[in-house]
Ligand binder design. Structure first.
Ligand code: SF4
Length: 357
């Protein structure tokens, strides 16, 4: 058992001061961190327990129309907030696609942004892993790598980011609010996570001691609410990480796409915003040919990192499905368990828990 300090600050300022020493880690719900500690994968010297800081537990609509989500809001509470699900249905759908009901009830949105890869070699201290031990090598390169990255990977690391929530956040221009000793700063969600390069141990742009305090969704993202979907392919219907996923949003006028938003999950070390595809879609008729061209553009730079060549056509087809589903319109109910994107059952007929006005 690795020994560590446990600190319970009463304010954000106290928390940041307590976390400024090397080896400290913030603890919120701990749904990922505690597993990593029990497996001896990470060994923080201090846990700074921020789970009871009241100012981080609110969903607020700001005067400019943006929505601010405190970092300690639970995944389930955000997904089941009727106003939020109405305005940002693809984000709610992604939240409901993640983990299990029990985990969604406990896990926080801030922690969701910082969850670690599910590469099995990362979780096994007996395996070589550059992310866990820089310079050690990567056992996934010649190992079981069918779930690994096809975009943005490097010889040092081929792991993927496991978050569902981050995918529509990237698509809809979410902003991450960060506090540190010297004040506040903001980072686009799209720029929060780093590609592995030669330093896969560095996963985000966060500096030591910096704390995510909130996530902001811009008012403009509501413009996509009538045509926004998140589709996820996984190995079982529930409680499984994405093999690939796609968040799609459209603004459609008279059958033509005015604007498009598209991001992928399960394909890279970060949620993958497909800007070339978005540009191709703008001005096009909302029909299959345009969706197929956009999907091809989104995967143009993809290459297998192992036994995962199948992910490229899978992601291509999923993008077309997600764009078709978005074009058909956001369903009245955001499904609690979305139907398989390859099911013939209309997704809107699956019993759900949220109503979309
Ligand atoms: Fe470690 Fe990345 Fe290789 Fe997995 S893919 S073993 S996380 S270096």
């Amino acid at each position: 058992m690795n020994r560590f300090d446990y600190v319970k600050p009463a304010s954000i300022a106290e928390a940041i001061a307590a976390a400024s020493q090397p080896g400290a880690a913030y603890l919120a719900a701990g749904t990922n961190l505690l597993d990593l500690m029990k497996g001896n994968v990470v060994r923080p010297s201090r846990l700074v327990d921020i789970s009871r800081l009241p100012e981080l537990n609110r969903i607020e609509r700001l005067s400019n129309g943006d929505v601010r989500i405190g970092a300690l809001v639970r995944n389930a509470d955000l997904a089941h907030d009727p106003a939020f699900a109405n305005d940002f249905p693809a984000v709610a759908e992604a939240l409901l696609s993640g983990a299990s009901a029990q985990l969604r009830n406990a896990a926080t949105v801030g922690g969701n942004l910082l969850q670690r890869t599910r590469c099995a070699y990362f979780y096994d201290p007996a395996s070589a892993c550059n992310k866990r031990t820089p310079g050690a090598g990567c056992d996934a390169r010649d190992g079981e790598n069918s779930q690994h990255a096809v975009l943005g990977w490097s010889e040092a690391c081929i792991a993927t980011n496991p978050s569902d929530f981050c995918v529509p956040l990237a698509a809809f221009d979410a902003v991450v609010e960060i506090e540190r000793k010297t004040g506040k700063r903001e980072v686009a969600l799209e720029a929060l996570h780093l590609l592995p390069g030669t330093t896969p141990e560095r996963e985000t742009v966060l500096e030591p001691g910096e704390m995510i305090v909130g996530i902001r969704l811009p008012a403009a993202a509501r413009s996509f609410a009538k045509h926004a979907r998140y589709l996820k392919v996984r190995e079982r219907t529930s409680y499984a990480f994405a093999v690939v996923s796609a968040a799609a949003g459209l603004i459609v006028e008279n059958g033509a796409i005015k604007q498009a938003r598209l991001a992928l999950g399960g394909v890279a070390a970060k949620p993958w915003r497909a800007r070339e595809a978005e540009a191709l879609l703008a001005g096009q008729a909302a029909e299959a040919g345009a969706f197929q061209r956009a999907a091809a553009a989104a995967l143009a730079g993809a290459k297998p990192s192992g036994d995962n060549a199948y992910k490229i056509p899978l992601a291509t087809n999923l993008i077309v499905r997600a764009l078709q589903a978005a074009a058909q319109g956001t369903p009245d109910r955001v499904p609690a368990l979305p139907a398989s994107p390859f099911s013939s059952v209309p997704v809107s007929s699956v019993p759900g828990v949220l109503h979309h006005a």
